[in-house]
Write a protein that binds this ligand. Structure first.
Ligand code: PLP
Length: 347
């Protein structure tokens, strides 16, 4: 059972399926998904493809698995992919991009954003066989390690158009594209339009226990489906999880602005401390990533002090902390968390 006295801000992945979501899972019609016969998975795939304005979509078990399959689909071993600083695929996928796709990654730009010019400057020349082929640009929106920032769409469109001019493929890690859309009011399909392939996650703000989806042209999605099989990700009566994702789309998508408002309140509280370095303009969705000055207690001491008060928070680095809001962290819990963290930092 959920312990409602604890406010767990370590990630938006910590949410537990609600009784109603569990009921939807229990009632799900299922079939063998590898034979294309799970009606609930098929319904979810059609719905997400339509939401993202793409021809087809395919279920994956996790965001990492869908990201890896996208890299395998859009590159060849030995290629190079251009990504933003501290992108998930380079920092949080256990080196899988090198192992599974055989690509090397080049981080460009600053604080999760980069320009088309910065991308072009990083493209290796193609005139000599010594250079890797730069065949992919990957964008992460919202950007996790940079505090859930939303990337400007005009910048994204220029990056993708320029990439195409250079014969490169384009991929959007949109694990939290729902949040980017909620933050900007922009249509999901419009945000996905510049990209060949897009991935989205159900296990974060939407509150489902697992699952991600990749969307794009049918031909590419079919190729990715083979890589899904290679990665051991093709499953059977997975409609019970797809039902949770459908429930999340129906019931938890429209409430994401609440998470964003809670993150802002939390950020404003933390920014009161001289021992916190936090640019409030970076609080754009459901995350607050902040740095501690040398005057603050050690990060572990803050984590322990907060835990003792029923507030859980994580660190991204020695003096870098991250709080993530979600549907199991209500507004009053987030206000409480802000007070507890402020007191622990000021201690
Ligand atoms: C931007 C981004 N992409 C991909 C993932 C991977 O998702 P999963 O944990 O389902 O593998 C995450 C997880 O937090 C993420 O933040």
């Amino acid at each position: 059972m959920t312990d409602h006295s604890v406010v767990d801000l370590r990630s938006d992945t910590v949410t537990r399926p609600s009784p109603a979501m569990r009921q939807a899972m229990a009632n799900a019609e299922v079939g063998d998904s590898q034979y294309g016969e799970d009606p609930t998975v098929n319904r979810l795939q059609d719905r997400v493809a339509e939401m993202l304005g793409k021809e087809a979509a395919v279920w994956f078990n996790s965001g990492t698995q869908s990201n890896q399959a996208a890299l395998m689909t859009l590159t060849r071993p030995g290629d190079e992919a251009i990504i933003s600083r501290e992108a998930h695929a380079a920092w949080h996928e256990a080196g899988g991009s090198a192992l599974n796709a055989g690509v090397q990654m080049v981080e460009v730009g600053d604080r999760g954003r980069f320009t088309a010019a910065e991308m072009v400057a990083a493209i290796k020349p193609s005139n000599l066989p010594v250079f890797p082929r730069t065949t992919l640009v990957e964008v992460e929106n919202t950007h996790n390690r940079m505090g859930g920032i939303v990337l400007p769409q005009a910048e994204i469109e220029e990056i993708c158009a320029t990439a195409r001019d250079h014969g490169m493929n384009t991929f959007l890690d949109g694990a939290r594209l729902w949040n980017a859309s909620a933050a900007t009011g922009m249509d999901l399909a419009e945000m996905a339009a510049p990209f060949d392939l897009v991935t989205v996650a159900f296990s974060k703000g939407l509150g489902a226990p697992g699952g991600s989806m990749m969307a794009g042209p049918r031909e590419l999605v079919e190729q990715a489906d083979r890589y899904r099989r290679i990665l051991g990700g093709a499953m059977r009566q997975i409609g019970i999880l797809a039902a949770a994702a459908l429930y999340g789309l129906d019931h938890n998508l429209d409430r994401l602005p609440e998470d964003h408002a809670n993150a802002r309140t939390l950020g404003e509280t933390l920014a009161q401390s001289d021992k916190v370095i936090l640019d409030l303009t970076s609080v754009q969705s459901n995350m607050v990533v902040f740095r501690l000055t040398d005057a603050a207690p050690p990060t572990d001491a803050i984590i322990d002090a907060a835990r003792a008060q029923g507030v859980l928070i994580g660190a991204l680095g020695p003096r870098l902390m991250r709080a993530v809001t979600h549907l199991d962290a209500p507004a009053n819990g987030c206000v409480h968390a802000g007070e507890v963290l402020l007191a622990a930092i000021e201690d």
